[in-house]
Design a protein around this ligand. Sequence first.
Ligand SMILES: C[S@@+](CC[C@H](N)C(=O)[O-])C[C@H]1O[C@@H](n2cnc3c(N)ncnc32)[C@H](O)[C@@H]1O
Length: 332
Amino acid sequence: MISPDCSAEYWGKNNVAGAFEHIPVLIEEVVSLLRFKPDAPARLIDGTIGGGGHSARLLELYPQLELLGIDRDQAALDAAAERLKFAGDRVTLVRGNYSELADAAQKHGWGDGVDGILLDIGVSSPQFDTPERGFSWRADGPLDMRMDRRSQLTASRVLNRESEAELCRIFRDYGEIPQARRLAAAVVARREAKPFATTSDFTAICDEVLGHGRPDRHHLPAPTLPFQALRIAVNDELGELERALPAALRTLRKGGRLAVISFHSLEDRIVKNFLKHEYAECVCPPGLPICICGKKRTVEILTRKALTAQDAELAVNKRSACAKLRAAEKTV
Ligand SMILES: C[S@@+](CC[C@H](N)C(=O)[O-])C[C@H]1O[C@@H](n2cnc3c(N)ncnc32)[C@H](O)[C@@H]1O
């Protein structure tokens, strides 16, 4: 069963007008896993720089650390530029997808490898908490949900244009919504009368089909999982992660470390399976008398079980409740 991204549920908790307020999650755990030599130059790629919270801490701790920060949201890059000013020319920020981090490293002159890569792949608090971004059903706004506002694909476009079968797949695969088929049919019937334009339009259909005010089996309000499913589709979140993990491993030097923070079980499963595969020494079908696959172990896994937020962190940042951190060190 899916464990959903509960961080969407704390709407407005970090909503300070005009400010980019995002509390970095699992920061102590990230610091203890992404270790660099204290007195030597080192290279870090932060593929989801957001407000720069994690990277700021690492740059403060390691005076010779250089950072290549990536984000597809210009608002995040602007906030990170401000936050990381103190590190001067140790910091380079680029707009793009983290799945393209290998190319970004190459362009930056880091084609020979980096020492650490961090992916913190949730939605940032400012994205959730800004009604005009359309990520949350808790506030009315345009049904947008694009992390990269240059992209053509908005949430309203998905709802208004995709086939009923594709909508059903999105609701089923990205939200594990038992009534996916009914919800897709209701969306198609509704859009013929009036196309979807606002978050309230979609919330109304979710409430109608899934039961107004009735919490789902995760004790979450009815629109939570449909909104999550739609957001994953709009931003191709799982595809990004699937492409990024092998690229990250290629980009690390031997001894370099990868840390990934995910916010729902669909993402965590991808990370877990990837690391398991890379750790395996043989992937032959069971029952073969000798190994013929030639697979080599490429990583040492640093987190036997995913790390999660401790009580002290949960007390100050409820959004950390669904975060899971996995990390590995490249061994070849
Ligand atoms: C949870 S926030 C990161 C917060 C950051 N670690 C900090 O401490 O401030 C996630 C960020 O990743 C960005 N993002 C999500 N998917 C992305 C992708 N595929 N490529 C680039 N950036 C992405 C989002 O725009 C958002 O700014």
